[in-house]
Write a protein that binds this ligand. Structure first.
Ligand SMILES: C[S@@+](CC[C@H](N)C(=O)[O-])C[C@H]1O[C@@H](n2cnc3c(N)ncnc32)[C@H](O)[C@@H]1O
Length: 282
């Protein structure tokens, strides 16, 4: 155990927080879990509120004609959703999984945004070396808990910091929070099923529980951001956390969000936004 891991264990013991159990499926390359994860992002699915919330907030950070980076882009849910609502934008998606990137391409074709998307198979910790153009924002959704250790989390955050330093990019990092007690991780998907009356796909249920166990606490994330010299606005609520900042340069006001809105399942997105201290969404 190195000094940092020792300190983390000490903090967890003081806070009585369940020890972290890193993901075993770090690079999501197996067909069934990827299918189930992608399906969970459909309108009405458990992940949909995260995409609507993040896309509309990111839209407000992106000036006309900008390019943004979706780090750990997975099956491209965020980038296609945001590009569909903002026809002036383009996006770069980085992920290590060939299966996720295959789906991201399929998703971009379906949403008719492929001509504005670049997909790169690469390690998020090397993002600054892979990028060939400036990006106005860097986003990462539901993914930092895939970092196997806090040292690797810091490597990724330092790559984000180097891009922000170079391009003045806005930052939007959203992820879940590890519950204080290990047993709560099992209860969260069950509570979702009870409150919505929907039954979760067994692959997604397992993925959700594993993700909660691998999550970073708010304090662990804030500590990692601090040592990576990322000075962000942070909030936490109901097992979710967001860390963000606007661009460091003066940018013109963004065009209006013109994507799926009120007619969709956005009540849960509004609730998530308000719990995290944001006003009503578009
Ligand atoms: C839970 S998924 C989230 C995907 C996407 N951000 C979303 O919310 O739809 C996590 C993703 O991180 C990817 N991943 C894990 N480690 C990575 C790394 N070091 N570099 C790039 N991608 C990675 C996995 O392959 C997977 O697609």
């Amino acid at each position: 155990m190195n000094a940092r891991q020792h300190r983390e264990t000490e903090i967890n013991e003081k806070l009585k927080t369940a020890p972290r159990v890193p993901e075993t499926d770090i690079v999501m390359d197996s067909e069934e879990p990827v299918r189930a994860f992608h399906a969970a992002g459909e309108v009405g699915g458990p992940l949909y509120p995260i995409y609507h919330f993040s896309a509309t907030r990111l839209s407000a950070l992106l000036p006309s004609g900008a390019c943004f980076l979706d780090l750990f882009c997975g099956s491209g849910r965020l980038l296609t959703y945001l590009l569909a609502g903002r026809p002036d934008l383009s996006a770069i998606g980085i992920d290590l999984s060939g299966e996720m990137l295959r789906r991201a391409k399929e998703n971009a074709v379906k949403a008719q945004v492929l001509d504005r998307v670049t997909l790169v198979q690469a390690d998020a910790a090397l993002a600054d070396r892979v990028l060939e153009q400036p990006v106005a924002a860097i986003a990462s959704l539901s993914a930092l808990h895939h970092c196997p250790s806090s040292d690797i989390l810091r490597d990724v955050l330092r790559a984000v910091q180097r891009i922000r330093d170079r391009d003045g990019s806005a930052v939007w990092l959203f992820d879940l929070v590890r519950p204080p007690h290990a047993s709560t991780a099992n209860l969260i998907p069950s509570s979702y099923e009870l409150s919505t009356g929907l039954q979760l796909d067994p692959f997604f249920r397992e993925d959700w529980i594993n993700s909660l166990r691998a999550g970073w606490t708010f304090e662990e994330m804030r500590d990692a951001l601090k040592t990576s010299e990322l000075d962000l606005i942070s909030s936490e609520a109901n097992f979710s956390q967001v860390h963000w900042c606007p661009s460091s340069s003066v940018t013109p006001p963004p065009p209006d969000w013109n994507g799926p809105g009120r007619e969709g399942d956005v009540r849960r997105a509004d609730k998530l936004a308000s719990e995290l201290g944001f006003g009503p969404l578009e």
